[in-house]
Write a protein that binds this ligand. Structure first.
Ligand SMILES: [Zn+2]
Length: 254
């Protein structure tokens, strides 16, 4: 399975991981971004290549911008776990996974160096062009697994990616006082709120109950699209930002 050359010109070399299988639904049409969440970058890389870990990703981006390819793009890497987006539930089969070296929330969530983000942008651009991946299908691990995952976190510069032509994004609405929804509320407005998140793609059931699942989805949305406050409260800024995103999505609202 070792490839002599990386498929992306952005990657310097192949550093093969044995952790992959066959894709089940045809070619990839998503890119999922992760942070490694480990204090030591070398250990994180070794873990993704260790047969006992059962985890991997297609690409690994170091802090200084160097990129390695771990898994061939046509193969199914094991990075997303239990996850969902729109109608898809086997996100590993649908996606290319990129691990970005960063110690994560447990390590104080240090900022991503510019050289690293430049490499992520170049890599996403190359992959998206070759596989014709839509901007709104370039997502965080936390978007597709909101109850379980927080990566790459609320300090990841999605706006900078969007400015460089990568991903779907709108300027977040300012945080203001007004009506908001929190965990514990029930009823038709909660159902409408859940329907909006599901329309954009978030995996949640539309049951009219603002429980743990809805709170996790609101927080995941905020980590990506309204980073100034990540609290799981569906405030006016969060809801309007979501509405603006749905309206501005290529293909438009349905
Ligand atoms: Zn992840």
């Amino acid at each position: 399975m070792t490839q002599p050359r990386p498929e992306s010109p952005v990657a310097g070399k192949v550093f093969p991981s044995p952790n992959h299988g066959e894709r089940k639904d045809g070619p990839p049409d998503m890119i999922i971004l992760h942070y490694t969440g480990m204090p030591d970058t070398g250990e994180a890389l070794q873990w993704l290549c260790n047969p006992i870990s059962d985890v991997s990703a297609h690409y690994f981006v170091f802090e200084d911008g160097r990129v390695l390819q771990l898994v061939p793009e046509r193969r199914r890497a094991w990075h997303a776990g239990v996850a969902g987006w729109q109608k898809d539930r086997d996100i590993n089969s649908r996606s290319i996974g990129i691990e970005i070296a960063n110690p994560g929330h447990d390590g104080g969530l240090p900022p991503f160096p510019e050289a690293q983000i430049d490499a992520v942008i170049a890599l996403c651009r190359d992959i998206a062009e070759r596989w014709r991946i839509m901007p709104e299908r370039i997502l965080a691990h936390s978007d597709v697994a909101p109850g379980r995952k927080q990566d790459p976190g609320e300090r990841f510069p999605w706006q900078a990616l969007h400015t460089a032509g990568i991903g779907h994004w709108v300027s977040p609405e300012p945080i203001i006082d007004g009506r908001y929804f929190v965990r514990g509320e029930e009823g038709q407005p909660i159902e409408a709120l859940q329907a909006m998140f599901a329309m954009y793609g978030y995996p949640l059931s539309i049951d009219g109950v603002f429980g743990a699942q809805t709170e996790a989805v609101v927080a995941a949305f905020q980590r990506h699209f309204r980073q100034a406050r990540v609290d799981g409260v569906a405030d006016a800024s969060t809801i309007t930002t979501l509405r603006n995103l749905i309206r501005s999505r290529p293909g438009g609202p349905s």
